[in-house]
Design a protein around this ligand. Sequence first.
Ligand SMILES: *Cc1c(COP(=O)(O)O)cnc(C)c1O
Length: 371
Amino acid sequence: MKDTIPLFSGYPRLAGNLSRAALGTFPTPVEKLTRFGPEIGLEELYIKRDDQSGEEYGGNKVRKLEFLLGHALASGRKSVLTFGFAGSNHALATALYSRQLGLRCVSLLLPQPNALYVRKNLLLSYGAGAELHFCRNMPDLLMKAFSILFLKRLGEGCTPLVIPPGGSSSRGITGFVNAAFELREQIRAGKIPEPSRVYVAMGTMGTAAGLVLGFAAAGLRSRVIPVRVVDEKYADSKKLLHLVQKTNTFLVRHDPSFPRIPEAGKDVVISQGYFGRKYALFTGEGMVALSRLREQERIILEGTYTAKALAALVDDVQAEPAKNEVVLFWNTYNSRDASGKTAVEDYRRLPRGFHRYFEEEVQPLDRLYSS
Ligand SMILES: *Cc1c(COP(=O)(O)O)cnc(C)c1O
């Protein structure tokens, strides 16, 4: 059966101690970018197609949700409570996969700059039956969170499982430790030479943290280059190191044979220059990279995360030619078309706070580059 994952084959006790719901389709392919690579002077540029991580909805959140929602079911929860910005891909993935498993999903969402994907994600989450709450700011969000936890506990007899933003708890991050072992299998099978660098967008840091720990545990020398796309107060090297080490402790606790690697995460260099002015405000260089990849490889990125990560890769390679290096771009965005399901939904059925995203214009770079 295809239900065992590389991390569990190596550490069977983890399989016994961690619940996992098989939501995704793994391994995700690795492909060579035969046009885009040479264009930027790189013969050996590859992409990890985590955009195809699930049938219903892909992207990087599926790997985390397998462990998070698996735990929700195993611990008898009836609902989950999660957080994000209005257009959160994480909130949408959680809504879709919760429904698949018969769990109710409540999402508390904060304001963000407007974009077409915000509209689409809100309508899809709503269509998936998620309970959406618009939160003006953090204090508002916290107040709503406590009242929901209290009310759901009364109504359902147990508290909803709280899933942190981006699913980036140790449990969720375990999905990306596994992803590193998955890549090692693909390297051994000759699908890709061992990359010297792996570029990945970094928001709540779970994806990067899991890969850093996973590569170290799997004995790969690949260097993770996280490209920061959120404000520095949410993501820096200290916080990343903490997350790597916390996840390491979590895994050792669930399987004492998992290696303890105190140096993992200590020498990660975060790519800093691609954030732009604000979270979810697109950048010119990001959108140029996005449109080049779309034209040459027919792969669709978005402006908040992956476009900025690709812009960093392109600049690095051109500033310091890496002719003989193998570089991997880890695509964290979804490429499954879930839009059929939104068509019937009218935005006026959403809570009032979200209407602005449908009534106000989107940011100019989104219009300019939407095809
Ligand atoms: C959530 C997300 C990320 C960031 O991943 P983290 O684990 O939160 O750092 C990157 N790309 C896309 C498309 C995402 O939705």
